[in-house]
Design a protein around this ligand. Sequence first.
Ligand code: ZN
Length: 400
Amino acid sequence: MSPCQVLERTDPTRLTARARVFGVLASAGPSSRAELARRTALAPSTVSAVIAELQEARLVVEPPGDATPRGQGALGRPPVLVALDRAAGLALGLDFGKRHLRVALADLAHRVLAERREPLGADLPAAEAIALASRLVGEVLDEAGARSDEVTGVGMGLPGPVHRPTGELGDSTILPGWVGVRAADAMSAALGHPVEVENDASLGALSEWMWGAGRGADDLAYLKLATGIGAGLIVRGRPYGGSGGTAGEIGHTIIAPDGPVCRCGNRGCLETLVGSDAILASVRDAVDAPGTLPDVVAAAHDGHADCRRAIAGAGATIGSAVATLCNLLNPQRVVVGGDLAAARDLLLEPLADALRRGAVRSAADDVTVLAGALGDRAEVLGAVALVLRRGARLLPVIQR
Ligand SMILES: [Zn+2]
């Protein structure tokens, strides 16, 4: 009997419960039956019945190994976890940066099956970047032994505000080759799957909140400090993008009204002072000056005085801007990601000091500043998370 036949014959009153259980498993990952009952607000007996059906349909499994230890006494025995089977579908994440492209393929049990990272030429036209992405998608599918029709959703990150109604990047993006391109439509046409596009900093916030340094925090800001400067926001346990998708553009906070002209058209934005171009320019005259932001960070760790000073100064400037963000949103955590985050305490200490000086006392007392746990994979994993958060909508209609 096929999975669909098993599920089609079911009592209709069970359908909503099934979608709810499937949805929580997709968005939360492997869970115990008790957790599922709590999160779905269903009776434990209903959850157990739905799990049995989904197991019969081969959509849910009890993962082997450490996740479900057996043979211990009843008291204190860890709960048995259930997870969506690989047959339930696959989630594809894409992350386009100024100079890189990342692709990750995961199952709905939150396991990454294959990943790729490729450098991108500067200002590559969108069509060429999309062609490269299609090739990498083929590679990760091959590596995982998967077919394209097993992919149930595609998430995609782009640096810059993504206009919600059209999926177009605004003209303040650092990817000029993408301006005016309907990114989701173009990528969807190349892959043959619907694609959901989101700002990359918002994706970093999502992945750090689901799996990384933001776990358990209902209110957090993620800072992406790289070529550009952006923030992703989680507000009251939900990603927050504002009315049109532009929330979190902290890089365009005006810090120095008479400062350098920014790509957004204003002067003296935070990004003109602490984006990678500004940091590189500030150390350019130093002996053996590094050529990229990761080089500056590595040199700072090696004790290069100019690089350490540049990073500390950037941390203090960013901390002042983040103080304002803390006054406005009162987050519990500020998670720092992007290339500059690799400087760790060389950046975070001056950043946190400036934040505490600049924010009102209660906002400063409530917030912890820490480095992201997912490193430079945060954005591509966030693109995967964007798919997993679709939850019950990932369950094929015929099986609801
Ligand atoms: Zn600007």
